[in-house]
Design a protein around this ligand. Structure first.
Ligand code: DX5
Ligand code: ZN
Length: 220
């Protein structure tokens, strides 16, 4: 069974609590929070105080996607702020296993995020230390970008890589996903689907979340 993880990046920041309740009503079970530092990606978004505030108003799983340099410095702080899942980029961390282990020891689920141009082989040694992989299907930094079409093949290869090793690692995918391509992506092995503009960019997040879930499951 897959889970829908709306990305708050495309939500109305002046009405975050309402936006969260709206997607919860639509069937979303995870909130994807994009943390950007203006260095790893060319954009700055939100950080620890916002995560702490969100934690107070929802029981949904909070999933923090750290698009920051040297994520090992902050990863555990995000767990302590209330994040259930924290992912760090393989491209940003030279001590990846250490960071993943620290996230787990703090009580969080540890994820490895991987950019579209980074080969899957770079995950190999760290996979047993991760609870999930966040496969980027756009280059991170902004919402509303176009899905990079080669990501479906990469997703299938990642699924195989995990299954061949007999690992329980879940696959999350992020970027350019909407009601038109979600079904193919779920069929290709993704279990957590991030969607920002497709959920929050259309005026009715409850309806949009429902539509996405329906589009993903209707033929399965
Ligand atoms: C991009 C972020 C995504 C983004 C997805 O850097 O990691 O989570 O919010 O937005 P959409 O679904 O609009 O591509
Ligand atoms: Zn993200």
């Amino acid at each position: 069974m897959f889970e829908l993880a709306p990305s708050l990046l495309s939500a109305d920041f002046t009405r975050l609590a309402e936006e969260i309740r709206a997607v919860e009503k639509g069937g979303a079970t995870i909130l994807h929070v994009d943390v950007m530092d203006g260095r790893f990606v060319p954009n700055i978004t939100i950080g620890l105080p916002v995560v702490k505030s969100i934690r107070k108003i929802t029981d949904l799983t909070i999933d923090c996607h750290l698009m920051i340099v040297e994520p090992g410095t902050y990863a555990v702080e995000f767990v302590n702020a209330g994040a259930n899942m924290v992912s760090v980029h393989v491209e940003a961390d030279v001590h990846l296993q250490r960071t993943l282990t620290a996230i787990r020891e703090a009580g969080g689920q540890a994820g490895i995020a991987i950019n579209p141009a980074t080969p899957l082989v770079s995950l190999e040694e760290a996979l047993p230390f991760a609870d999930f992989v966040l496969l980027m299907s756009v280059n991170p930094g902004f919402g509303g970008q176009k899905f990079i079409h080669t990501s479906v093949d990469k997703l299938r290869r990642l699924r195989r890589m995990i299954d061949e090793r007999g690992l329980p690692t879940r696959i999350e995918i992020d970027g350019g996903i909407d009601a038109g391509n979600i079904q193919k992506i779920v069929e290709s092995g993704a279990e957590i689907i991030v969607a920002g503009s497709a959920v929050f960019g259309k005026g009715n997040p409850t309806e949009a979340a429902r539509e996405m879930i329906e589009a993903a499951t209707v033929w399965v």
